[in-house]
Write a protein that binds this ligand. Structure first.
Ligand code: PLP
Length: 424
């Protein structure tokens, strides 16, 4: 199918064929869901051995009784688990509660309201505060900025990460830009892994940005490979050390999609100065995190090898689902002008770009046919996809036959929305 060169007669013929296919789908009264970027029950089962694992032994390696208060920045062995996940030094890690998103919000609040360095460094002192948002991206990042009144500026994603020419020129032109969101490995939703050059250029932003600029490096999918030959993400920590910009990057990760999504352990990795600033804030919120959960996690995943072997089991469950999505897209759209997508080798999503102006209609048609998709626009700040093109597909929860069924509906809806729009 090539819509750009098709005659009106040809388009009408396709429209009537597709409408017939769509009606047949409607008659099936499906109820399928490709919205949820969370682990399936089978994946959660992989970590059930954590239940009862402690058997009364609550004492950490350094003698800490994990049942008691204290330990604001986490147990040493939990820091090492975070270091294994994020590929950083344990000395740079702070261990939090169950959610990295909470830590991201708290670090952003600290930077905005109180200053990560001192009160003079608080962003609120400088009037307008703006953040760069590679798009499409993760909607919850945008919610954090919206809640704090931080204005968001779109930066296009490429197959090697954010368009760094655009990033650098925005930063040079506008001193109210105080940071940028990044999901550097298996980006949500495009699945892109940032290239070495992109990591290097991001590490140098601290040299050209205004004071107190911080990259929020959300490495949520750092070990979530679908293949043993996973692409390697360059170390942003090493790069910032080389460029003398260590304070300009704060990293985040969690075990949410490693163990039990709702009761994992989350981590921040940052320079000593950033950690000190954040701990000052944290000290006013809590006497300490859930260290019993931390020690359960470290006993379950004691080494990097144990962690990677565990992630291999997730990959076994996820791979057939991703294959089902990518096979359906390839069969329907290879060689056409109906859409574009990346082929991720990790993470939780496949991101599909329709022709301009077709995403909302595709999502609407699919919903009527019983297939729920993430609302079009959700992958953009303020819910506004300026070209109405991007749709996020999350295949982890449905069974493989359900993914196959949902993708049949998806491709039909993309085709029908595209043909109708070309005729309009
Ligand atoms: N960051 C990204 C990029 C995500 O996709 C998600 C969840 O989907 C999160 C963070 C949430 O992480 P947590 O469960 O640690 O709060």
């Amino acid at each position: 199918m090539q819509l750009d060169n098709a005659s009106v007669a040809q388009l009408r013929e396709w429209e009537s064929q597709l409408t017939e296919q769509y009606q047949a789908i409607l008659a099936k009264k499906l109820n399928l869901d490709l919205t949820r970027g969370k682990p399936s029950a089978e994946q959660l089962n992989l970590s059930d051995a954590m239940d009862g694992l402690l058997q009364g032994n609550y004492i950490a390696a350094d003698g800490t009784d994990t049942r008691n208060y204290g330990g604001l920045d986490g147990l040493p062995e939990a820091k090492q688990l975070g270091a294994n996940i994020m590929d950083v030094d344990a000395a740079n890690v702070l261990v939090g509660g169950n959610s990295s998103l909470t830590l991201m919000f708290q670090v952003m609040l600290t930077a905005y309201q109180f200053g990560l360095k001192d009160s003079a460094s608080a962003w609120k002192n400088e009037g307008d505060v703006k953040f760069l948002c590679p798009v499409p991206g993760y909607d919850r990042h945008y919610t954090v900025c919206e809640q704090l009144g931080i204005k968001m500026i779109n930066v296009p994603m490429t197959s090697t990460g954010p368009d760094m020419d655009v990033v650098e020129s925005f930063i040079k032109a506008d001193s109210s830009i105080k940071g940028m969101w990044c999901v550097p490995k298996y980006s949500n939703p495009t699945g892109v892994v940032y290239s070495d050059e992109t990591v290097e250029r991001i590490a140098k932003l601290g040299q050209i940005a205004s004071a107190n600029f911080r990259v929020f490096w959300d490495n949520a999918y750092s070990v979530h490979d679908l293949s043993p030959n996973a692409p390697k993400l360059a170390s942003i920590l090493e790069a910032t050390r080389r460029h003398g910009t260590e304070d300009s990057v704060v990293q985040f990760a969690s075990t949410s999609k490693i163990t039990h999504a709702g009761s994992g352990v989350a981590f921040v990795a940052a320079s000593a100065a950033n950690l000190a600033g954040f701990k000052k804030f944290l000290n006013s919120c809590t006497i300490g995190p859930d260290k019993v959960n931390q020690i359960r996690h470290t006993r379950f995943l004691p080494t990097k090898d144990a962690l990677m072997a565990h992630m291999g089991k997730h990959a076994e469950l996820l791979n057939p689902r991703f294959d089902a999505v990518l096979t359906a897209l390839g069969k329907a759209f290879d060689g056409t002008d109906l859409g574009a997508w990346e082929k991720p080798v990790g993470g939780y999503f496949v991101s599909f770009d329709t022709r301009k102006g077709c995403a909302k209609e595709t999502v609407r048609l699919a919903a009527e046919a019983g297939v729920k998709l993430t609302p079009a626009g959700a992958t953009y700040p303020y819910g506004k996809d300026p070209e109405d093109r991007n749709i996020r597909i999350a295949p982890s929860v449905p069974t493989v036959p359900e993914v196959v069924g949902a993708m049949e509906v998806f491709v039909t809806c993309v085709k029908l929305a595209s043909v109708k729009q070309q005729l309009a």
